[in-house]
Design a protein around this ligand. Structure first.
Ligand code: HEC
Ligand code: HEC
Length: 390
């Protein structure tokens, strides 16, 4: 990790306490072809919630935060690089005009003009294209880059296809590695206890409950000290209701919704292969180890990548969300696979979710397979009381 990246995390940690959210993509909701859609619910647009937004209007709130995270990530800094420094403690201060906010608005206009004029309106030039994690894009040629060791980003979407990688075989091997299809079919639900740590807890751990039901429902309740935060995927819709969120009830859309779906499917992964119609395969390196990567495309855009280690286990899931400023990745790393006693099925006891504005780790400690779970667990959660209302 570079120094710049570390600064994003350190800074974002402080901001997350005051603000953050979860997720999504605008055009993705409609472009998600065959993927989850939020049924019949009106999702508020950002300008209905945040009154000073003039350019980035007409997108859902979760998508807007992907954009803000992308800004922070592109600058190699945190939210208060542009926003007033007291925004870390007082959410309303995000609306305070600052010279950098004004500069960033000019940059949005410039970027849109470049894409429109030279790239058919496709998001080819992004904040990251120029800034690449630094406040000031480098203008001079660099010998360090030209002659230095090339760095390989395993999350890159443009890896080389290896026609010898057969997606069906990769999925078969994965199912075999976690117990085989027959045993997996006998796992239909589980209820787990564990811990959560994230930016919003300043990395200290708080208790969680996780409920999962086949084929694709999942609820995680995080017991933050300021109140419970509930994250639900009901098989079709996804919501987050928690006192740490910018809205009492945040509805996930587009790529974020689809990521929630994939996460729920991955709990009972026989359905993972069918989650997308087309996969291409290749290789990359994760933590100095060779891994196989499969990539799925939606409407011509590569949007999902799955990584399998040498034992065939799923170790990483990437979902890209379409936003007005870039395709923005969300990453889930799976680890600590353990066999459930009596079932012979392996489940990852640890997962880390990484976003441009948030990072959190779930560590399971106790997993009870095949327990009856009340259907209400997977219903839309009640809107949370926000901190200011307490
Ligand atoms: C590179 C500069 C930049 C960074 C970094 C940045 N923002 Fe923003 N932010 C903006 C701009 C520009 C706007 C206004 C957008 C518009 O007018 O369309 C804005 C608007 C907002 C608003 C709406 C304020 C209101 O009430 O009207 C919120 C909330 C917000 N940002 C949160 C964040 C968070 C959280 C982060 C960190 C994850 C962040 N921003 C990082 C530039 C930035
Ligand atoms: C075509 C290249 C390019 C793109 C695209 C671009 N920038 Fe910039 N940006 C620059 C350059 C060059 C500067 C000036 C750096 C300097 O002063 O040395 C700059 C400066 C800035 C600054 C002022 C930094 C400071 O030191 O105060 C902000 C904030 C900023 N950009 C935000 C953004 C955001 C947000 C995006 C995406 C919406 C973006 N930029 C896209 C090239 C770009």
């Amino acid at each position: 990790m570079t120094v710049g990246a570390r600064r994003v995390w350190a800074g974002a940690a402080a901001i997350a306490v005051a603000c953050l959210v979860t997720v999504t993509g605008s055009r993705a909701a409609s472009a998600a072809g065959g993927q989850a859609q939020n049924a019949g619910e009106r999702v508020p647009m950002v300008e209905e919630v945040f009154k000073t937004v003039v350019l980035l209007r007409g997108i859902p709130v979760d998508t807007f935060f992907e954009v803000m995270g992308t800004f922070a990530s592109s600058m190699g800094n945190d939210c208060t690089f542009c926003h007033a420094s007291n925004a870390a403690l007082d959410k309303s201060a995000f609306a305070t005009p600052t010279p950098r906010l004004q500069r960033a608005r000019q940059m949005i206009v410039m970027m849109n003009a470049l894409n429109k004029q030279y790239f058919n309106g496709q998001p080819r030039v992004t904040c990251f294209t120029c800034h690449g994690g630094s406040e000031r894009p480098r203008a001079d040629p660099s010998f360090a880059v030209q002659y230095g060791e090339p760095t390989l980003d395993p999350d890159a979407r443009d890896f080389l296809t290896d026609p010898r990688v057969n997606a069906d075989q990769v999925f078969d091997r994965y199912l075999q590695a976690i117990g085989g299809a027959d045993r997996l079919a006998r796992l239909t639900s589980y209820a787990a206890k564990g811990t959560y740590s994230g930016f919003d807890t300043d990395r200290s751990t708080v208790p969680i409950e996780l409920y999962a039901q086949a084929p694709a429902r999942e609820t995680v309740v995080v017991h933050l000290t300021i109140g419970a935060s509930t994250r639900v995927f009901d098989g079709q819709n996804a919501w987050v209701a928690g006192p740490e969120q910018p809205l009492p009830l945040l509805t996930l859309t587009g790529g974020n919704l689809d990521r929630a779906r994939l996460e729920a499917v991955a709990n009972f992964p026989v359905g993972l292969r069918q989650a997308y119609t087309q996969w291409r395969g290749g290789h990359t390196v994760l933590d100095d180890k060779d891994v196989t990567v499969l990539q799925a495309t939606s409407n011509g855009d590569p949007v999902v990548q799955l990584y399998f280690d040498s034992n065939g286990l799923l170790v990483r899931l990437l979902r890209f969300t379409s936003t007005p400023v870039a395709f923005v990745p969300t990453r889930i790393d799976y680890a600590d696979y353990r066999e459930l006693p009596g079932l012979g099925v392996k489940v990852p006891f640890a997962r880390t979710l990484t976003q441009t504005y948030m990072q959190m780790t779930l560590q399971l400690t106790d997993v009870q397979p095949n327990v009856a779970i009340d259907a209400a667990r997977f219903a839309r959660p009640a809107p949370a009381k926000l901190q200011s209302e307490k």
